[in-house]
Design a protein around this ligand. Structure first.
Ligand code: COA
Length: 389
């Protein structure tokens, strides 16, 4: 084993090597999944979003960067979604993963993505790199029979396909803007089209809403349901629930505030499935400028950010929030200002209450009076994602 470890861009000829490391990290890809994986991988390679670490010419680690947007306060923020972080077992525990991730963060910044998110298999390495919990992904389970009886028969619902991708994005966009949603991903239209034409998915469209669902181990599972009216919500849920003679349970990826919780007669199963994802800011002024803030909130707060991982966002800043938008400008104000590191900054951005950040030691100093202003400015519906990546 040599120690000349180097960060590299993965090439197409190295993809088999990456798959070998991947198999030792996550298991073999399911039959038929290899082709899809390679097709996606080639896109990452061509766009400079597939990085690796080599020892000599052997690939010993790899990770890829999804070019996503993520909703924050009802606005779309370019986001680097980090996935497939793998290190060969014989190279683990000696800093290879950290070397790789530092390269991934720098590349994401170079590509103009002001924030990054990932689902952690272990939080340790990602916290060292400045990530903190940003939100959740929830899967709730309902009795299919409950959904079946929700009504909405007067609403016309038709089968949808790849050609409806733009309409899906439009319906999602107006819903998330109106609810000032945070956390959800925006996939490229081509990926939405693939999802809609996948024969395993059943997609239905109404005038002001849609649903995409599939079979999951003998139950039904809703990937996404958006409805802009009560009648359409009832109609789309009832369409899924019409499978009640075969499927007893309908699982659904949802917000904990989704209206379906208020429509169904019996509450969702108490055993909801919850995953957490982590967030890191890569360019704080751009991240603040891109997101939405609570419309009525006004805040003028001095901050001292200490982020050795991204020196450009370290230092003294002034945060100004008004009329639903925010601005972070360099400041020379000294004295007792609010201090936070990268993890505190990520958690603040994600709307974590200041009281929790102070108790966890992620924020110190500054006038406590500004905590209320920050809570209001960054607060809103809890961030959640529907998808795993
Ligand atoms: C997780 C993984 C990428 C880490 O790579 P690595 O090269 O071992 O990481 P590093 O040596 O740079 O370790 C960085 C820190 O994370 C810690 N760490 C790494 N793996 C860990 C684990 N499984 N559990 C707890 N801590 C872990 C290290 O101890 C180190 O912390 P320290 O400096 O306080 O000791 C690697 O173990 C791996 O490929 N695992 C299998 C696949 C996987 O889980 N990928 C992550 C998907 S999100």
């Amino acid at each position: 084993m040599t120690d000349d470890l180097r960060l590299v861009d993965i090439t197409e000829t190295q993809l088999d090597d990456v798959l070998r490391v991947r198999a030792r990290s996550f298991g073999l890809l399911a039959a038929g999944a290899r082709e899809d994986w390679v097709r996606d991988a080639v896109e990452f390679v061509h766009d400079g979003r597939f990085l690796g670490v080599v020892s000599g010419d052997e690939v010993v680690a790899a990770a890829r960067i999804w070019d996503f947007q993520q909703w924050w306060g009802g606005r779309r923020v370019p986001m680097a979604g980090i996935a497939g972080v793998v290190v060969a077992p014989e190279y683990r525990g000696r800093g290879v993963g950290s070397l790789l991730m530092r390269g991934v963060l720098e590349r994401s910044r170079d590509k103009g993505m002001p924030i990054s998110a990932l689902y952690p298999a272990t939080t340790v390495i990602y916290r060292h790199l400045g990530y903190e919990f940003g939100g959740h992904r929830y899967r709730f389970s309902f009795q299919a029979a409950d959904l079946r009886s929700l009504g909405g028969r007067e609403v016309a619902v038709r089968r949808a396909g790849a050609k409806d991708a733009a309409r899906f994005l439009e319906l999602v966009g107006t819903a998330h803007e109106a609810s000032r949603a945070s956390g959800l991903l925006v996939w490229p239209e081509s990926k939405i089209a693939e999802w809609l034409e996948d024969e395993e998915n059943f997609a239905y469209l109404a005038e002001d809403g849609f649903v995409v669902y599939n079979w999951s181990d003998g139950d039904l599972q809703v990937d996404e349901l958006v409805a802009h009216s009560e009648a359409t919500a009832r109609a789309l849920w009832a369409t899924v629930g019409s499978g009640a003679s075969i499927a007893r349970t309908v699982h659904a990826y949802l917000s904990p505030n989704d209206p379906v919780h208020l429509l169904v007669e019996h509450e969702a199963d108490k055993q909801a499935h919850v995953q957490r994802w982590m967030l890191r800011l890569l360019d704080a002024p751009a991240a603040i400028a891109a997101r939405g803030f609570a419309p009525g909130a006004a805040a003028e707060v001095d901050l001292l950010i200490d982020d050795p991982g991204v020196p450009a966002q370290s230092g003294r800043w002034h945060l100004s929030v008004a009329d639903g938008t925010g601005e972070l400008t360099p400041s020379d104000r000294s004295g007792d200002v609010l201090q936070l590191g990268s993890r505190g900054l990520a958690a603040l951005y994600a709307g974590t209450p200041l009281a929790a950040l102070r108790t966890a030691g992620l924020v110190t100093g500054g006038p406590v009076a500004s905590d209320r202003l920050l809570d209001t400015a960054f607060g809103g519906a809890a961030p959640y994602m529907l998808d795993y990546f």
